[in-house]
Design a protein around this ligand. Structure first.
Ligand SMILES: [Zn+2]
Length: 183
């Protein structure tokens, strides 16, 4: 007796390249850190003050120069807080995303303000409304103290600015702003 020939169903080869459902493209995440040119523009716009609490600040470049000039007095030897001069921590100029970066905030002039470390780290990943803060972009603090309006962030100690400055280290700390160093 002849056995019936069983025809196997023909295997249909699936072309995965054609049948795969395309995944929606995720928007490219912006880098968190603002480029150097943007940081300069932010300081030029906001000045050397925290946009939240108004305390005077210095850029990290100034802190590095201070540390180079006075390594013992202006100590900043590692990322650990215990290796950093407390005063320099308070003066630390930072760039804060108003709409938090991890929650979709853009790295743009519109969304970043100059801030101190306490305001920046203190708010952490929370939105302004979640911690009861006003939007610093909506108001400008009007300083009335001369020491505030004259504060130049010690920019004059940078080597490229020093040609305008006569005097000693003590005069740098005496205040008076850049006018005191202009010939
Ligand atoms: Zn602040």
């Amino acid at each position: 007796m002849r056995r019936p020939v069983l025809h196997r169903p023909e295997r249909v080869r699936m072309d995965r390249r054609r049948t795969r459902t395309p995944k929606p493209r995720r928007p490219r995440h912006q880098p968190r850190d603002a480029p150097y040119e943007m940081k300069r523009a932010l300081v030029s716009r906001d000045g050397h003050h925290c946009r939240f609490c108004s305390i005077p600040l210095i850029r990290p470049e100034i802190r590095k120069e201070l540390n180079r000039l006075y390594p013992d007095a202006a100590r900043w030897t590692s990322p650990r807080a215990s290796d950093q001069h407390r005063g320099l921590q308070v003066l630390w100029l930072q760039y804060d995303h108003v709409i938090v970066h991890s929650r979709g905030g853009k790295t743009s002039m519109d969304n970043i303000v100059v801030a101190c470390a306490a305001c920046n780290f203190g708010r952490d990943r929370y939105m302004l409304a979640e911690v009861g803060l006003r939007d610093p972009r909506e108001h400008i603090r009007t300083p009335t103290w001369d020491g505030h309006t004259g504060w130049d962030g010690l920019e004059r100690i940078l080597p490229q600015n020093k040609r305008f400055c006569r005097g000693t280290a003590s005069s740098l700390w005496a205040g008076g702003g850049s006018r005191a160093c202009t010939e």
